[in-house]
Design a protein around this ligand. Structure first.
Ligand SMILES: [Zn+2]
Ligand SMILES: [Zn+2]
Length: 180
């Protein structure tokens, strides 16, 4: 679903204890990719309401519902960034989730840390992954679906290696689909 109109502004909000600079980097990445205004809001607490105790993971769809109720302005989209592990019922985990066509999305930094895979921390790599996941989910809000070009930011990531291969850019085809 293509949005009727792109939003006047994208708001970014952290939910819980997110990595330093995560919101700033996501904000500037989204701004430079889509040319939209972006503003960082005051942090919100960790989304404990979405905890699925049986999986020890957080339901990303419940977080989207919460974001839409907490920030109910249809012309101002909202992107949450959280450090908790996200999942939906049919998948073991998700890096992020978005409403196609807006107005909300959420990304998780939980599985973007090198430490999660038993390697040493790498801030530059972490922030680059956050940029790609943020742009990818905002791309869905802008109405873009997945792309087969492995370098395109709209290529789906089911594993971190796929995130690392892709760029922070839209391929020419996705870019031409944006406002066509
Ligand atoms: Zn996607
Ligand atoms: Zn593409």
């Amino acid at each position: 679903m293509r949005p009727q109109e792109p939003p006047s502004k994208l708001h970014i909000v952290s939910l819980g204890d997110t990595p330093e600079d995560a919101e700033e980097r996501a904000c500037s990445a989204v701004q430079s990719c889509f040319g939209m205004n972006c503003e960082i809001l005051s942090p919100e607490p960790s989304p404990e309401f979405a905890l699925d105790v049986s999986r020890d993971q957080y339901n990303s769809l419940e977080i989207l519902d919460w974001l839409e109720n907490r920030f109910p302005k249809p012309d101002q989209w909202i992107l949450g960034i959280t450090n908790v592990d996200l999942a939906i019922p049919v998948l073991t985990f998700v890096f992020g989730e978005a409403r196609l066509g807006g107005p909300s999305a959420v990304i998780s930094t939980f599985r973007l840390h090198e430490e999660f895979y038993g390697r040493s921390a790498d801030t530059l790599v972490l922030l680059s992954r956050i940029e790609k996941e943020a742009i990818h989910e905002v791309g869905h809000m802008m109405g873009l679906t997945h792309c087969l070009d492995r370098n395109c930011v709209m290529y789906p990531s089911n594993s971190l290696s796929q995130t690392d291969v892709k760029s922070t850019k839209l391929c020419p085809e996705c870019r031409s689909n944006l406002y066509s």
